[in-house]
Design a protein around this ligand. Structure first.
Ligand SMILES: Cc1cc2nc3c(=O)[nH]c(=O)nc-3n(C[C@H](O)[C@H](O)[C@H](O)COP(=O)(O)OP(=O)(O)OC[C@H]3O[C@@H](n4cnc5c(N)ncnc54)[C@H](O)[C@@H]3O)c2cc1C
Length: 406
């Protein structure tokens, strides 16, 4: 895609900065962190310093003050090299911070956003539960009113940054029997799981964060992909919070979480485009040097077809991402477009990475080349922040509007 199409000088500068960082600091360690499943704390500190953990937030709140397109460019460029680093940028910013920016009080914003935007601490979003996945309205976690606030009980499953994070937005039922209108959102805090490591690296913990009694992280998931991204259970056992932990209006937690997911879906779409681009880069490079039948395999027309299909998908996917980002940036409704972008781009990333492995032959099936990691990393794009089936339901709902209730 030509820079002139959408990019200002500032967008090009963001792209070049992230491209350089991803090439120099992330590419050399991506397979090592994928194998160990360790969280890349050093790089997270560097990403915070570069402003990558608060790209769209106002400078007054410690953010970089850039637009949604800059944010998407950063996610895409990072995912081109490593999806685990990219999801840290996306999930921390959109899931872990945006609810406070968008629905918080001035006091909540002042307290939490600067430390999140600078990357001093990491944030997360606890919607999914053991019995509430696609049907997120089936939340079982409860928040019962007490003299000073609420007492929360329940558990959350598959939470990005569940162990390494300190600030979480979680849903809980405050008015049983009222369905999704009885669900509210709360800001819960705990200490990062490895405080010694966080202190030694100088990122991940802030002394002002309260370790709320009864709020802890549980089992770390051993995953197919995004292995350097920390995914854990969150456990809430009689967590007493004051009423200023309530985020937004009581009963609007579910609606606000759905709005947050709309924004998150553009991020997953950008991440997926980045993965497809990474796979394309690798496939072009490999097929240009691998020789069979006396010539580079890139000379075979069948290889051209595969490469051309991936590249065409990437151009189409980027337009969907940039269009959804433009709508979001300019205050237009974008839920349908975000769902379309995520659906198309995540399925594209899967096709592209499978094709890249195929073009590498047996070598693509080994850890000697990054395409097998990219293929594993791509799959979650079709599952997280709403599965592909749920995206199709969201899109169809918008198309049929009130005529059909799905
Ligand atoms: C690595 C990772 C990170 C994650 N990070 C977070 C996070 O930070 N915060 C968070 O809250 N959650 C997070 N999740 C959870 C994720 O959003 C859910 O896994 C996802 O929404 C699907 O829910 P589920 O796993 O319960 O699957 P289920 O809902 O049980 O779905 C199983 C299958 O049934 C299909 N299905 C369900 N309902 C329908 C329907 N109506 N029509 C057709 N098909 C249907 C689904 O599409 C899917 O194929 C994460 C998950 C993973 C794996």
């Amino acid at each position: 895609m030509h820079d002139a199409t959408y990019f200002t000088e500032q967008h090009v500068a963001v792209r070049n900065m992230v491209r350089e960082f991803a090439r120099d600091e992330v590419a050399p360690v991506a397979s090592q962190f994928d194998a160990s499943q360790d969280f890349p704390w050093e790089n997270v500190r560097r990403m915070g310093k570069l402003g990558l953990l608060g790209i769209p937030w106002p400078e007054a709140l410690g953010g970089a003050g850039l637009d949604t397109l800059s944010f998407m460019i950063a996610i895409e460029e990072m995912a081109r090299v490593d999806a685990s680093h990219a999801i840290t940028i996306s999930a921390h910013t959109t899931l872990g911070t945006s609810p406070i920016v968008n629905f918080g009080t001035d006091a909540q914003r002042a307290k939490y956003v600067p430390m999140l935007a600078s990357g001093r601490v990491l944030g997360g979003f606890g919607l999914t539960e053991p019995d509430a996945g696609s049907d997120a309205g089936g939340t079982k976690t409860t928040a019962v009113k007490t003299a000073n606030g609420y007492c929360l009980n329940g558990s959350k499953r598959f939470i990005t940054h569940g162990g390494v994070g300190e600030v979480f937005i979680v849903t809980a039922v405050t008015a049983p029997g009222k369905g999704t209108k009885g669900i509210s959102a709360f800001i819960l805090t705990k200490h990062t799981c490895d405080i010694a490591k966080a202190v030694s690296v100088g990122v991940g913990h802030d002394d002002s964060i309260l370790a709320m009694k009864g709020f802890s992280s549980g089992k770390k998931e051993d995953k197919l992909g995004w292995r350097a991204s920390d995914t854990r259970e969150l456990i809430l056992e009689d967590v007493d919070v004051s009423s200023d932990a309530l985020l937004g209006v009581e009963g609007q937690g579910f609606t606000n979480f759905m709005k947050t997911l709309d924004a998150g879906r553009i991020g997953i779409a950008a991440l997926s485009v980045g993965l497809a681009r990474g796979a394309l880069d690798e496939a072009i490079q490999y097929t240009s040097t691998r020789r069979q039948f006396g010539r580079a395999i890139a000379e075979f027309q069948g290889v051209h077809f595969s490469i051309a299909d991936i590249a065409t998908g990437i151009e189409a996917g980027r337009h969907l991402v940039y269009h959804a980002a433009w709508l979001a940036q300019n205050g237009h409704p974008y839920a349908k477009e975000a769902a379309m972008a995520k659906l198309f781009c995540s399925e594209l990333a899967m096709r592209a990475t499978i094709a890249a492995v195929q073009l590498h032959g047996g070598y693509g099936y080994t850890k000697d080349y990054p395409v097998e990691r990219m293929m594993r990393d791509a799959k979650i794009g079709e599952i997280g922040e709403g599965t592909s089936e749920i995206q199709r339901i969201v899109i169809a709902r918008h198309l049929f509007k009130d005529l059909v209730r799905i």
